[in-house]
Design a protein around this ligand. Structure first.
Ligand SMILES: Cc1ncc(COP(=O)(O)O)c(C=O)c1O
Length: 280
């Protein structure tokens, strides 16, 4: 939409300008301009590698207050968009390792967000499973995970789902998420849940969903669908080892991921971050 050609943007994940929301952002930016010192700080200081402490504190308070997750500031990192967070995470967790092994990201239900498809630095980084389709009536159906066909082989480094999914709008049920979470925990691998449209915010979701968190989950949220796509603000909630690694990548951004992709470093990190989950 910020290009110079005129066209009708019909892409699924693109923002609508909601006048009330835009008025709110304008008001808040006006406040910021009034407070000269804070404004200058925004313009002249880099943020911390894991994001602005005040923002992280507010998020931690909010999530603990509403969901009793028991998280601390060490469990949260802010990234330049949740899409980038997934790029970092996928390539941190999967791909070719120094010893020749190759790990993959399992998408347990396809169709899944098309934006993941080209995020792997290594080829064939993703493996996906067909859904079970529940026919509800002549015009309605629902995708479910086919757990009978969901074998998690040794080469799976992580499981990833978006909830809801762009563009199918499928929402995994609470039971499906719980089952996936148990499978991931038993295998000592993380389950990534992309909540870009989901709970607790922006809440563009019309089902009774419970937001989950546990030490083996990596939960992402985004401010893009709340009406701030231009700021590309992603939020990742995960165990401390994951947050430390993400912060290191944030500090220097994309290129180190490419190095990690091919070093023993990644394997060491993976082992220490998730082995405590195995068998828990
Ligand atoms: C499922 C999903 N996750 C993530 C994103 C990207 O979010 P962000 O703007 O925070 O990078 C999108 C964008 O359309 C999306 O559809």
């Amino acid at each position: 939409m910020s290009g110079e050609q005129e066209f009708l943007m019909l892409g699924g994940g693109n923002p609508a300008g909601v006048p009330e929301v835009q008025a709110l952002w304008r008001e808040l930016v006006g406040d910021l301009l009034e407070q000269g010192e804070r404004f200058d700080e925004v313009l002249v200081n880099y943020d911390m590698p894991k994001g602005r402490p005040g923002f992280i504190r507010a998020l931690v308070d909010f999530l603990n207050r509403h969901y009793d997750w028991g998280i601390t500031e060490k469990n949260v990192a802010i990234t330049n968009g949740s899409q980038n967070a997934f790029f970092y995470l996928f390539n941190m967790l999967a791909g070719e390792f120094e010893d020749g092994t190759f790990k993959k990201i399992l998408l347990p239900l396809c169709p899944e967000y098309i934006g993941y498809a080209d995020q792997g630095l290594d080829r064939s980084m993703f493996t996906a499973r067909r859904p079970k389709i529940e026919v509800i009536d002549a015009h309605t159906f629902k995708y479910h995970i086919d757990f009978d066909a969901l074998q998690i082989d040794d080469d799976i480094a992580a499981i990833c789902v978006s909830r809801p999914t762009n563009p199918s709008a499928n929402v995994l049920t609470n039971e499906e998420i719980e089952r996936l979470s148990e499978l991931a925990k038993a295998r000592g691998i993380p389950l990534l849940i992309d909540n870009a449209y989901g709970a607790p915010f922006p809440g563009i979701i019309f089902k009774d969903v419970v937001p989950f968190f546990d030490q083996h989950l990596i939960v992402s949220l985004s401010l893009s669908k709340l009406g701030l796509p231009g700021t590309r603000t992603g939020i990742v909630i995960a165990n401390e080892a994951v947050i430390d690694a993400l912060s290191s990548i944030n500090a220097v951004s994309v290129w180190p991921t490419a190095i990690w992709g091919r070093s023993w470093w990644r394997r060491c990190w993976l082992t220490t971050a998730f082995s405590p989950c195995a068998g828990m």
